[in-house]
Design a protein around this ligand. Structure first.
Ligand code: SAM
Ligand code: DTB
Ligand code: SF4
Length: 316
């Protein structure tokens, strides 16, 4: 067992550390074999329940442990959420992702409302994703039945570094929720964050952990930390751009069929860096002026960038 793991991490390190032209060439080759190299899927996020989260994630604006400026908001009304999904669809998004700042899903009227949200967004003929914290198999099965496409639950970083970022739940808890999601037949969206003070080796170990998931995640968000004032990571330095490109390319090579999503942190990226990430195999972005609680580029800027690159939003 230990031997297999060593081999996996060694192979990942070899891919990651090869000369950039070779890495990008391989990533492009893999990307073109499985995806339209001109298409980028647009996804829109909606924070359906904001703030007052009991978990202590060091990066997060929504944790009660972090004295941030955020104003908590209770679970949104069904109609408001559906209106936002319609607007997202009208602006070209084909996937709508609803996030709730919960430690775990609790059965009751709030979960019933979330199930209604899932049903109604699915009825708009959009992919529907949720990220609601930990959940039981029965809850996952009910989400599946309501029409949920995917569940987002990130491993965030390496098993070793994880304890420096979050203490209120374990890596094993995360893996267990991911297992339950897969068992319910829901597609897994699982990725991580760069720029939390972790080493390149931690990032490669995150990829190793993702490679250990069975089935492999169909969607992998790569977030760059958005430093939020009041969090322990507020002063973290930005991710080195070439390291981001290497990470995207390595992810693409290891997960040929997955959607690799260039997620948080795009506001801090120059156009050239985003272009390189697309060439490295990223094929999805989050659009709209805010992610969950932090700012994101305007849709008009994203559309202009794609146009200048000769790329298009992925059609449904
Ligand atoms: N509470 C749920 C959970 O943790 O699974 C869902 C919401 S949480 C905000 C979803 C993901 O967003 C986190 O796992 C993390 O990877 C990412 N994220 C949160 N805050 C971020 C930040 N400031 N910068 C970059 N990514 C962030
Ligand atoms: C993911 O990995 N990135 C998205 C989505 N999954 C839910 C969320 C990014 C959140 C960025 C910080 C914020 O806006 O609060
Ligand atoms: Fe809560 Fe999710 Fe933020 Fe962690 S990342 S504090 S679980 S909302």
């Amino acid at each position: 067992m230990a031997k297999t793991l060593t081999r996996t991490i060694e192979r990942i390190a070899q891919i990651y550390h090869q000369p950039l032209p070779d890495l990008l060439f391989e990533a492009q080759r893999v990307h073109r074999e499985h995806h339209d190299p001109h298409a980028v899927q647009l996804c829109t996020l909606c924070s359906i329940k904001t703030g007052a989260c009991p978990e202590d994630c060091a990066y997060c604006s929504q944790s009660v442990h972090n004295p941030t400026d955020l104003t908590p908001r209770p679970l949104m009304d069904l109609e408001q959420v559906v209106a936002q999904a319609r607007a997202a669809k009208a602006s070209g998004a084909t996937r709508f992702c609803m996030g709730a700042a919960w430690r775990e899903v609790k059965d009751g009227p709030q979960f019933e409302r979330v199930l209604d949200m899932v049903r109604q967004v699915a009825a708009l003929d959009m992919e529907v994703c949720c990220t609601l914290g930990m959940l039981s198999l029965e809850q996952a099965q009910r989400l599946k039945q309501a029409g949920l496409t995917a569940y987002n639950h990130n491993l965030d970083t390496s098993p070793d570094y994880y304890g420096k970022i979050i203490t209120t739940r374990t890596y094993q808890d995360r893996l267990e929720t991911i297992r339950v999601v897969s068992e319910a037949g829901i597609s897994v969206c699982c990725g991580g964050i760069l720029g939390m003070g972790e080493s390149v080796q931690d990032r490669l170990e995150l990829l190793e952990a993702l490679s250990g998931l069975d089935p492999a995640p169909e969607s992998i968000p790569i977030n760059c930390l958005v430093p939020v004032a009041g969090t322990p990571l507020q002063d973290a330095p930005p991710v080195e751009p070439i390291e981001l490109v290497r990470m995207v390319a390595t992810t693409r090579i290891l997960f040929p069929r997955a959607m690799v999503r260039l997620s948080a942190g795009r506001l801090q990226m120059r156009d050239e860096l985003q272009a390189l990430c697309f060439m490295a195999g990223a094929n999805s972005i989050f659009t709209g002026p805010i992610l969950l609680t932090t700012p994101n580029p305007d849709s008009s800027e994203d559309n202009r960038l794609l146009q200048r690159l000769g790329m298009q939003p992925q059609a449904r």
